[in-house]
Design a protein around this ligand. Sequence first.
Ligand code: F6R
Length: 614
Amino acid sequence: MCGIVGYLGNSVAQDALIDGLRRLEYRGYDSAGAAFHDGNAFSLARETGRVENLASTLRESNPTSTLGIAHTRWATHGAVTVSNTHPHLSHDGKIALVHNGVIENYGPLKRILEGKGIEFSSETDSEVLSNLIAYHYARLEGEEEQFAQALREALSQCRGAYGIAVLCVDEPGFLLGARRGSPLVVGLGDGETFLASDASAFVGRVRDAVYLKDGEIALLREDGFRIITMQGEDAQAVSQPIDQTVEDVEMGDFDSFMEKEIFEQPVALENTLRGRFGDDGTTAKLGGLEGHEDELRRLNRIVFVACGTARHSCMVGEYLIERLARVPVEVEHASEFRYRNSPKAGHTLVIAVSQSGETLDTLEAVREARTKGLLTIGITNGVGSSLARETDGGVYQRVGAEIGVASTKAFTSQVALCAMLGLALGRMRELSPIQGREIAEALQNLPENVASILQRGETLRELAHKYSEAEHLLFLGRQDLYPVALEGALKLKEISYAHAEGYPAAELKHGPIALINPECPSIFLVEEGELGAKTIANMQEVKARSGPVLAIVPEGVEVPDGAADDVFRVPAVHEVVRPIVATIPLQLFAYHFARIRSLDVDKPRNLAKSVTVE
Ligand code: F6R
């Protein structure tokens, strides 16, 4: 949700800023801009559309300044226009600011500033903040640390979320940043310092980073940096090595990040699972839960909170954990949970799942749970993220940066971790060592099973081609394959803009069957055994109404003649890993379906990767 980069160093800022924005483009791609400190004024370049548009403008103007800030926007307040594009300068030209987040009380603040004769040139909440800082800067003339003080005063008047980078014309050696609710990280290089929404912006140029905590301000100077609190006191700056590599954040030989990330899944799953099985091979050992064993033994209810794809992984987790550990599980939309007065029943564990660890609704749900005194655990890929910091314990996904807006490798890793959690909780309860070992082995074999499906990607491309004219598709599955059907439908609709819906297969007859016609394909996920036979009967109901059927079916399950137009086989695996195996063909199907329509799968319309606004 908007990406910001700031650069202060001994090289030309524009290269670092454009490289950084390219890496952050997954956060928003409505418009992009940069401001450079030019000695006694700012030079500004702003373009609607992709970062590439800004890059070509800068190639012409070629600014040589070594101090600048830049932004790639996902519009919240104000349309996608040049005047709404960041950076925003204050009315007097003294302050330049880039902002990720939402200033909730910008209306009243704007009225106060307008009352003082200040004119605005955009519809954004962010311009209010640059003017407010400029107002305090002028008021504090002659005071010590005038710029930092003005920033603190301005922020103390703001409600909402922000990650910002700020420059002042009169302070050529300074780059300031602050965060509340939106991520901000300082990159410490050799003779150069960065500020960015995400460390991927400076991977390859910088080895160490300091992740700012909420309520902290970073004061970067040419000769060093300080982190202070909103009260102006020094805060501890803990620097840590960046855990990403250039290969992680670049596309390599793939056509898109989404394709790269789909194909990374065997390795990603191996990394998620590595070293996380007990020594006797019958249970899971999740380091982040250590110290909470008594609570985990005692708990009698789990509430998952998450959004989007991450929530679908929790829905799979509900089936897996209830089956393995016999603990009742509920799955809530984080955005609903945070405003609900849900009863605090028994020993409840709240598990928040978020790839980025920065999704605002998920974080607020965690905060609400903690206010109620509930134990909270985070499952996240975001090392050092807000979720990692704000939960009582947690488990990292370890799948490397996920840059494609449509989540793929993060989803399968989240499901694998839910299975691991089910295994660990199950072994603390009634699950036998033999059952535990079978599950552990099934999980360890998973990367190989996933790889075997990826090798048949070409078949899925052909299938996607066959169905690519459809504008309405249904995805159907039972039990743990029902959330997989939801995920398949979400993947398809978000990157191809075709309308797709997921349903429990048996629910078809209660309404959706009315949609069936020769133009509306149904994609069925079939399991083994008795329930699989029932799903195949549902397929036949669709065929009887001339609906095209593509079935994803485990090896060995017989599909009667005429029950499906196309059958894609997946390995027959233990039921605990079945949802992951069934997901892979749906990801590739969606990917090819969208590519055949010549769409940019990494930057789907209206979306952004990390949703840090409500
Ligand atoms: C869909 C997708 C989104 C995210 C959701 C939560 O492909 O990626 O639905 O799953 O925005 O994001 P995180 O997991 O970062 O909290």
